[in-house]
Design a binder for this molecule. Sequence first.
Ligand code: DX5
Ligand code: ZN
Length: 221
Amino acid sequence: MSSFLIAPSILSADFARLGDDVAKVLSAGADVIHFDVMDNHYVPNLTFGPMVCQSLRDYGITAPIDVHLMVKPVDSLIPAFAKAGADIITFHPEASEHVDRTLQLIKDNGCKAGLVLNPATPLHCLDYVMDKLDVILLMSVNPGFGGQSFIPTTLDKLKAVKAKIEASGRDIRLQVDGGVKASNIAEIAQAGADMFVAGSAIFSQTDYKQAIDEMRAELAK
Ligand code: DX5
Ligand code: ZN
């Protein structure tokens, strides 16, 4: 894997042909599959659960699956997603009564763990859990829907989180999610992100490889 990871969000995939669409985006060069789980409670939209993750594994998808939980409560879904083939599980601190316990639960189930910060969520919720984090995901839109515009204040927030990661001396991925596309990915990388979720910017294109190659070319500049 390269140091920059491209993680297409299947929220924008063709659900009627999900296995084929995921296989297609992986052969186009995606590193990780981003799996957006929404419950119509924590966020105002409804998507899919562990059964769909298991179906992708059964279909033969072997790439890492990055499960972004936009659900409340969180804990009861974690063992099911780990069993269904998740590699990374991230959640929003507002959705868990006991953030440290939820992070530990993810790790005890054999997955990498991460926290997701909404655009208005302050950084102090990271302070006492840095040692348990493999990923920090900054939302660059309000969660719930694909196809929204990148919120520019995320760039300063990325810089601040990058500094926190460096100060910790730990190997923590800095992921960004929402409104990422070829025209802004370089600026987002310069602010410190190294894992890029992109839904509509990839799946709305007929040629996924061209969309991913354009992003990688911007990252190489
Ligand atoms: C939003 C989701 C995102 C979304 C990104 O709540 O977490 O992963 O699918 O979609 P785009 O890239 O279209 O903004
Ligand atoms: Zn997401």
